[in-house]
Every structure is written in structure tokens, then in C-alpha cells.
Design a binder for this molecule. Sequence first.
Ligand code: ARG
Length: 566
Amino acid sequence: MRDNKTILIEKTAIVLAEKGVTLSQTETAALFEKPSDPKLGDLALPCFKLAKTLRQAPPKIASDLAPLFEGTEGIARIEAVGGYLNFFYDSASCLSVVEEILQNDRYGSSDVGTGKTVCLDFSSPNIAKRFHLGHLGTTVIGNAIRNLFDFCGYKTVAINHLGDWGTQFGKLIYAYKHWSSKEQVEQGGIDELVRLYVTFCNQEAEDDALKQAARDAFHLLEEGDAESLEIWEYFKEISLREYQKTYDLLGITFDSYNGEAFFSDKMPAVVDEIRSKGLLELDNGASVVRLDEENMPPCLILKSDGSTLYPSRDIAAAIWRKNEYDFEKCVYVTSAGQSLHFAQWFSVVRRMGYEWADGLVHVPYGTMSVGGEKLASRTGNVVLLDDLLAEAVRKCGAVIEEKHPDLDNKAQIAEAVGVGAVVFNALANNRIKDSDFNWEDALSFEGNAGPYVQYTYARSASILRKGGEPAGDNTGYEPCAEETALVGKLAEFPETVARALAEYEPSIVSRYLLAVCALFNQFYHNCRILNAEGASRIFRIKLAAATHTVIGNGLDLLGIRRTEEI
Ligand code: ARG
């Protein structure tokens, strides 16, 4: 069933077209407003913006348009008031939306993706380095987009394209052999690897022989030297062991950890292919593909010493994935700083004659900071993701301890809410915008934050625990303004999911959830639920159940744990 708002938008586009005003769906949608007072209607069309084109006064436009909407599905009444056209949803459509949600735990899902595969390349940290706040965006945005694809019926392949190859591993292997030991790495974990790397970088600045030693060490690794491979495998194992803890906490899983190294032996064939297609040119000793026509700098394929680079590995990986998974789309989630890199190598794949290059999608996001400080691994003041999550859990634990000391499972709830707060915060704004992490905003139980959504979800769950089965006959019940407003919002969920997916924008879901929560809390505060009577009680419990389904599904999509109790 389509929601009333969508129906109205479509109808309005038709009505306006008859009047000679052609607007797109989005432009038409933008004309609508939610009346500040629900008594004025469920949705309003202010006619002021139309006055210029139609050369009429807004009140006249409103009264002329009103009759054209007669008989619109789901609309009980239309009133022209001043320059506004106010629409009132009919109660039968309200009741049937709720019934529809109750019959479908996966309300909001669709099967548009059936039979199609989508690869999602996200998180993808560089091993032997700490997981810091800079990885939060790719990890949670990527996971949410993956969930959206799953929810819409696609088969998804979540790929952690580990940064596990390159000359830095020559440095690390050298440093490990000379300045460390298995015991030290076992004890210190990634911190010890970072120490080795930093030590090496400091020393090589003054020692050219060391630079050469690192190149030699990497060369050995590339040649498949058994000892080097073993050490490298060990670095990878140590790193993944630590990352896994973070992924477990976030509830994120991957279908593949084939990173850059996996593609190293697939490189020569790809480079040959680029060359045989006449695309490779020499540029100061390096081999590049020129992208003058696309107005981009050349894409680097081989360094002057013949070794492959980040873009060449990405090209090889895309070709391999296309063969392996036959993807419809391959989506890459990284910081906006890598936008040029992706645009460049996507063009190379297109130039190679692969039409499927159109299915390669880069999803960039802005930088995140804490207290205004940018977080790059080079700056030194790195905020580690583990520390941030642990602190969030601790702070939420303290609030829960204070507010609800006798809850069972306090530790589990604090973990769900603390981690959820960090995730929600990272998904709350348009991904491309730079954002600043602030404890007070992120942890709020009242404001626009994760804990507020989880708290509202738990509140709906508590109504269901106390109120019993959401069942019974409420035919003919006339919902009040708070109820209609909430139902109208719930009905927008399927369309919201579709839009979030089309735009690769999880914040569309998070903002939508905040709106549902606000309306649910108005309903909760203004309407008696458990001690209402007859059809009213039946409907209200059903409405709480429908809200529980929608918020629950929304939290699932964002990758935030549901908590039935807070
Ligand atoms: N390892 C890279 C980084 O940390 C991200 C990899 C993104 N995926 C890709 N296929 N390039 O910056």
C-alpha cells in the first residue's frame, strides 16, 4: 500500500500539470508542509509559491485547486483556508496502515533487488595500524548501506578490502626482525607494530641503507619468500584479532577479507591488458593512463621501479569481483579525500571497454572530529575507536545506573546504548558533511540522539509487555490528531528506505526515526493507552506495536542493537 503523502504528491503533480505547471516529484514534494497544529490537517499545500506562475492570489489558487482533489485515495477532507490547501487523511486509511504493519515484521522492506548482487567495499583498514575514529564513517555507513540493500532484497557481499600490501610491510618486516620479537608483538599487539613502524620511519630519514633494506624486504615478500610471508601473515592475524573485537561490538560481519595482497598476483595480467588496449603511457618513468578528456590527472598504474600501486590494485580487484560475483553494483565507502582516486580508476575501467564500470559507485563521507580536532593518523592525537566506544558504554552505564538501578542486564543495555549512541551519531547527518563528536549531544536520552531512539523503542516495547496482544476489532474508530500524525509518519517508512538506498544516505533513516520518535512521544504523553477503553485501547496498543516494528527495523538498518528495556 502506498502512503497518503506519496499519493497526494503524485496527485498534486497531475493537478498542477493540468494548470500548466510542470514539476518533478521532488519539486512537488517540496511544496508541502506539515501544519503546525494537527487540527489544521495532516498535510498542507501552501499556494504562495504558485502565485507568480499562476498569476493569481494564493487564496484563489487554493479554492480553485480544492475540488480537483475530490476523491483522492486516503483523503477524507480538503479545506482551502487562506492561501493554504489543507488535507485530512481518512480514518479508514489510518487503521489499515496499522493493520498492514502488524502483519509484516519486515515492514519497509521490498524485493526490488531480487536476483541482483551488490558488492560493498567498506571499513578496509590498513593493517598493523590502530582502528581510529577516521574508520568509523566507512565502517558504519558501509554497514548501514549494506543493510539497506539486504532489506530491499539484494544479495550482498560485504568486503573488507584490507590495506595489507605495499612497501610499508618491507619496513615492518625489517624492523620486526631487528628490533622486536614474537613475544613482544604477542604482548603489545598492534601498539608494538605501530612502535616498530614509527621507529623505522624515524631512523630511515637519516639512513639511506635502511630505505634500501625495506625495499629489499618487501621485494622478498612479493617473491613469496616463506619466512617473510609468515611474518606478514602474523601481522595480519594480530591486526584482525584486534579489529574483530571492534566489529563484534558493532555487530558487523564481512563475507570476504580479500585485501590488496590478495590481488598482488593478479596484477601483471591486468597491467598487460591495460597496455594491450593501448592505454598505458610513460610519464617520468612511471606508467600511467592519461585522463585528459575527463579533465583529471593521469591515473598511476606502475611506479618507475615497476611496482603496482593502490589504483592498479583497485582495478584488478574490480575485475576479479565482477568475474567472481557478477555484481550489479560495487559500492566503495571511503572518506571524501579519496574521491579523485575512485573517479580516476573508474574511468580507466571504462576506457578498458568494460561497460559494467557504470556499476562502480563511490560513496564519500566527510571528516569526523572530536572537540574540533581532526583525526588523521599522522597528527598524533588519534582517538581510537575502541576508546571512544568504551567511554560511551561507561557513560551510558552511569546514566542507567542512576535512572534505573533495578534493571536486569544493565551491562548489556549500557553496551547496546553506548555503542548505539556512537553509531547513531556517525549516521545522523548527511554523510558528506564534516561533523564534530560531542558527548552531550551524542548521549542524549531526550535530544536527537541514539539513546533517545532506543529509549523510545523500549517505551513502545514496555506498552506491549503491559498491554497484551495487539489484537481485536477497532473498525470505525476515529483516530485523534496525535494518532493520525504518527500513522502518517509510519506509513512513510517504505518510501524512506527506498530513498535512503537510492541516495546511499543512511541519515535519511536516522532523521526519519527521530521524527517517528517525536510523534510517538507526543502520542504517548497526550493519549491514555493502557487505561483507555474499547476500540481506542485496541487501536492504541496496535499503534504502539506498529511503532515498535518501524523503529526496530530502522535501528536494524542503521546497525544499532535493539533494547526492549532501558
Ligand atoms: N585501506 C584504505 C584506507 O584505509 C581504504 C580502502 C578502500 N577500498 C578500496 N577498494 N580502495 O584508506
